[in-house]
Design a binder for this molecule. Sequence first.
Ligand SMILES: [Zn+2]
Ligand SMILES: [Zn+2]
Ligand SMILES: [Zn+2]
Length: 94
Amino acid sequence: MSYIGHRCACGHLDVHHRADSAGREHCEAVGGVRCGKGCREISASILVPTFDLKGRQVPTVTGPGQQIGKGAGYSRPACACDNCRALHAELTAA
Ligand SMILES: [Zn+2]
Ligand SMILES: [Zn+2]
Ligand SMILES: [Zn+2]
């Protein structure tokens, strides 16, 4: 399912980031190790498209705070910040 999130300044999506024991998020996009490009939070929200096995875009958008990534190797709630909520409202308001 598509979801709303952020692209970090390191160039990877927020789902690839994990909080370490100090509560700081770091990027594990490259094989589970830190990508080392320097993470900086970007507040702008983007719609991250998801494709099914046949390459078709999945139209359903997971709401802010709902679980994403089931079966995709990661599992975490979609971001639920104000920007993400606003974008979700915009996208689902049609
Ligand atoms: Zn990264
Ligand atoms: Zn990052
Ligand atoms: Zn957000």
